[in-house]
Design a protein around this ligand. Structure first.
Ligand code: CP
Length: 333
């Protein structure tokens, strides 16, 4: 099976993946469970954690792995269907994925939001084109709207931090200023993860930066089924009281598609949306989370990131454990 995103899979599959993630955290060792399997990784965008942790996860399960970075020794790709390929791209995604499917037992693919058409990104046209062209399982290594590997790593981090008792804890997801308009995959996935773990979620974001209503509705359905709550606030000082976790992330929002210049001007006026030590002092000694990479003293102050309650390195470590669970899932190990 492919892993597009957890919200398309049952609670049973999700809970088992979280358990396997925690198992791999406890028992990190070389295994032979994936011996003979071959994993191909195709990156259309930069990465530090996803690439290295996925390579290591495959290696520690006994699989062989190859990583390809499009634009670095790999043919440029065409995505449009029914197109006359007389411009720059030498290879169509259909052939690229079709060929790699003949070589590998699964493919991990990272392809970010295009940021030109909101609905096209929301429909996840690129990762879905990959899944359609493949004859082997696809693992989404971050697409336009979802980052399921980060989601599972974060679930493992949270479950470990709270000794399995995440239900009823308060998870604050806060927008943060960033010099670039970043995609919404991580905040969407963080929101869905916290809601699925039964946490009470506070989404703090400026006016104009609301997350997609359909994603919010999926999160609300998880919360309702778990007697938890989801609220939104639009003040950079609100939402910290009683937070057990503060998860910071910058994202561009719909305005970055419809009015990029206006969005840049709006965003430039929102630099006070930063996680600071005085704000963290108002929490319930909250753990600080960020998926990384993070811009120090822009998104979050040194004093927060360097404080012992920061969980950002735990999150990065949990990516390794989570991706072993993902490979077990897609390969049925
Ligand atoms: N968090 C995350 O996906 O990191 P990379 O972009 O470095 O892979």
């Amino acid at each position: 099976m492919s892993l597009f995103d957890w919200h398309t899979l049952s609670d049973e599959v999700w809970v088992r993946a979280v358990k396997r993630t925690l198992y791999h955290k406890k028992h990190r060792t070389m295994r032979n469970s994936a011996k003979g399997k071959n994993l191909g990784l195709l990156f259309f965008n930069s990465s530090l954690r996803t690439r290295t942790s996925m390579e290591l996860a495959a290696h520690e399960l006994g699989a062989h792995v190859t990583t390809l970075n499009v634009g670095q020794g790999v043919w440029g790709m065409e995505w449009q269907p029914d197109v006359k390929m007389d411009a720059g791209a030498a290879e169509h995604i259909k052939e690229a994925v079709g060929v790699l499917s003949r070589y590998y037992d699964a493919l991990g693919v990272r392809v970010f939001a295009e940021f030109s058409d909101y609905e096209r990104d929301k429909q996840e046209q690129r990762i879905k084109a990959v899944i359609d062209a493949a004859t082997v399982p696809i693992v989404n290594l971050e697409s336009a709207f979802y980052h399921p590997c980060q989601a599972l790593g974060d679930a493992g981090t949270l479950a470990s931090h709270f000794n399995g008792r995440t239900a009823g804890k308060t998870f604050m997801l806060t927008w943060a200023y960033h010099p670039k308009p970043l995609p919404m995959a991580v905040p969407n996935s963080a929101l869905l993860t916290a809601a699925r773990l039964g946490m009470n979620v506070v989404v703090a974001r400026p006016e104009g930066y609301a997350l997609d209503p359909d994603v919010m509705n999926v999160a609300r359905s998880y919360a309702a089924a778990r007697n938890a709550s989801i609220i939104e606030v639009d003040d950079p000082d609100a939402g910290y009281e009683n937070a057990d976790i503060v998860y910071a992330k910058a994202w561009g929002g719909p305005m970055a598609y419809t009015d990029p210049e206006g969005e840049a001007i709006t965003r430039a006026g929102l630099k006070e949306w930063r996680v600071t030590a005085p704000r963290m002092l108002r929490t319930n000694e909250a753990g600080f989370m960020h998926c990384l990479p993070v811009r120090r003293n822009v998104v979050v102050d040194d004093a927060v990131l360097d404080h012992p309650t920061s969980l950002h390195l735990d999150q990065a470590e949990f990516r390794l454990h989570a991706q072993k669970a993902v490979l077990e899932l897609v390969w049925g190990l």
